[in-house]
Design a protein around this ligand. Sequence first.
Ligand SMILES: [Zn+2]
Length: 333
Amino acid sequence: MNRRDRKKVFKLQEALEKLGYTLDRWGVDGWLGDETINEVKEYVRDNDLKEKYRALGGREWKNYLPDELVDEIIARAEQVPEEEEEPEPEPAIVVPEPEIWVPPNFHDYREAAAKKRKKKGRRKRKTNALADVTGITLHQTACLLGNRARLGFGVQFTVSRSGRIHYYWDVQDRCYHAQNVFNRHDVGIEIDGYYAGIHSDPVQRKKTFWKPKSRPNRKPLELSDEQVESVRNLIRYIVEEIARRGGEIIWIHHHRHTAPSRISDCGELLWKACGLWAQEELGLSDGGNGFYVKYRSKSKRKYTQGRPTPIEWDPKRQYKYRYRPPEPTKPVR
Ligand SMILES: [Zn+2]
């Protein structure tokens, strides 16, 4: 075979690939190089054709691949049925450990997310000490991400409106979802959708609803049952997973606890459905009446503070939604 006949070389390489002799380094490129030759040799060995082509050794192969052999390989490949076009490869649902309960609709993307981060040349995430991971922070995305996986997302979990749980970063990976101490101590859950800070009162609902300038007509969403179910399942899963590793989750937080700009995050509806549930059902604590976080931002060199759980979210609390707290009552840990 004339090695300058690139069309033929292409054909040969495609045939080799199809037969499972993969050209990992250079691929199907139309050049008859060592990689292709080696795979042809492999083919000869596998099919007991050594005797037949013994005369051709070493360098000769490069300059003279017998047409007969090349045609045989191509013909052989044509008999292999075409593989069906696969849709977008999705990582399989991975069950981390057999002994731990995994909620339904749970999709583990940790490996794929780490791979993407590496490919982008970014450093590996820091790991939080197990003893430090003591809480869970609930967020609302304030937009609609939908069901598609977003491997670049910087939080451990997202839960879609239809209840799909995406696991992007390990519960001990440090994600910067809350701008301060919660990053070190809490596992973040971003709950998809836009919700009002106060939902029960129509006037307040309008006032406490954040929307982007580009969406002036956006109205706050109502809860979705599937989503609430999945968030509750997920909180239970995180508690169990940390316990399995030998740690303990004791806090359930909302983003409002720590950031003045996020006073409606996660909002009344989600807090009542998931935050209060976690306290009643799993015995987690929101820090008690008036708890919030005050901290000094290193980059901005000033103190900022969150706000306590308002009475509108939890009737056991005494502070109003807009209440600006005096001094922190308790450190985060
Ligand atoms: Zn948030």
